[in-house]
Design a protein around this ligand. Structure first.
Ligand code: DP6
Length: 315
């Protein structure tokens, strides 16, 4: 028997960074994300005899074979084991997966991967054990245990995640234009999971929860009242706050490359000159994410054409 599901990625504007419970991925602060419907992971499951599941790439004709590191495969299969245990099933599966965004683009795929795996596995396990399907909120909570940020991929376009509550929030900007500028194709040396641990040693960490809560309150107010300038300013401050935690950890680390800095400088200059622009954010990586309002479609194309094409990969 075979099952198949897909799930999108998401980008946090208020960041999940730091956990109060690392086993269950309970975040130290609430986060807010916009779901990236075009960046998708597909996962299929095939039940096989025996007890040991294994991972394979999900092949798409004409597209180069998707690869996962052995650590990522173990993490993925461990989540499947967690779901099997939850649902009281002992059989094995071949798990096949791929992303519709280029392998090695440096784009984190754990959000879409764990969301898609949780979806397909619960579907298969409910069918095999004749249990009722979990609600969307229950699915999100199960997915959170695999990788925290994946729980936000269950609600679109905006998702608010606070401790063990994950829900959709209604905001006026229901459709935005997303561009991500790929500044590194390499797998990052320090994973997000590791970063969650390391930031705790930063002298800036002790008030991080309060700062994130204040940023969230202000961002929700700005987005609700369609104050785009304020939304830009809060998001700018927020991702810099997270990156400062990395840079002030006991053993400092950074994802900010010279290219990221130059690009941020250019975006800031453009905002100062025109009074408008995209909301800018960065995750635990060097890539820069831009979100434009729909009516800025021409501006988005112009910026891409004038400054990005020929220099960087843009998705
Ligand atoms: C910087 O969800 O990747 O992207 O729960 O350990 O799997 P684990 O961490 P992960 O952390 C994402 C951190 C972030 C910010 C965010 O997405 O909120």
């Amino acid at each position: 028997m075979q099952w198949f599901a897909q799930a999108p990625s998401n980008i946090a504007l208020i960041k999940y960074m730091g956990k109060t419970d690392a086993d269950k991925n309970i975040p130290a602060n609430a986060s807010l994300s916009y779901t990236l419907d075009k960046l998708i992971t597909s996962v299929s499951l095939e039940s096989i005899p025996g007890k040991e599941s294994r991972w394979e790439p999900l092949e798409t004709p004409g597209i180069s074979t998707f690869r996962l590191s052995s650590h990522a495969i173990s993490r993925f299969l461990a989540h499947l084991e967690f779901l099997k245990k939850k649902m009281g099933y002992q059989g094995a599966f071949i798990v096949r997966s791929n992303n519709n965004f280029p392998t090695g683009s440096g784009l984190a795929s754990s959000a879409s991967s764990f969301a898609a795996l949780t979806k397909v596995a619960t579907r298969a396990l409910c069918e095999l054990t004749q249990k009722e399907s979990p609600s969307q909120a229950e699915l999100a909570s199960l997915s959170r245990v695999g990788s925290g940020s994946s729980c936000r991929s269950f609600f679109s376009p905006w998702c608010l995640w606070d401790k063990d509550t994950i829900k959709e929030v209604e905001l006026p900007y229901t459709k935005l234009i997303h561009q991500v500028i790929i500044l590194s194709h390499e797998e990052k040396k320090i994973s997000s999971s590791k970063a969650h641990e390391l930031v705790k040693s930063s002298s800036n960490y002790y008030q991080r929860t309060a700062r994130a809560a204040e940023n969230l309150k202000q961002l929700l107010a700005a987005l609700s009242s369609k104050n785009w300038v304020a939304a830009f300013e809060i998001c700018w401050q927020e991702f810099h706050d997270m990156h400062r935690l990395f840079e002030t950890a006991k053993e400092p680390f950074t994802y900010m490359s010279e290219q990221s800095k130059a690009l941020l400088h250019l975006l800031q200059k453009q905002w100062h000159e025109t009074g408008d622009g995209p909301v800018v954010t960065m995750d635990a990586g060097p890539n820069v994410h831009l979100l434009y309002r729909m009516e800025q479609a021409d501006d988005a194309e112009r910026f891409k054409h004038n400054h990005l094409v020929g220099h960087y990969d843009v998705l």
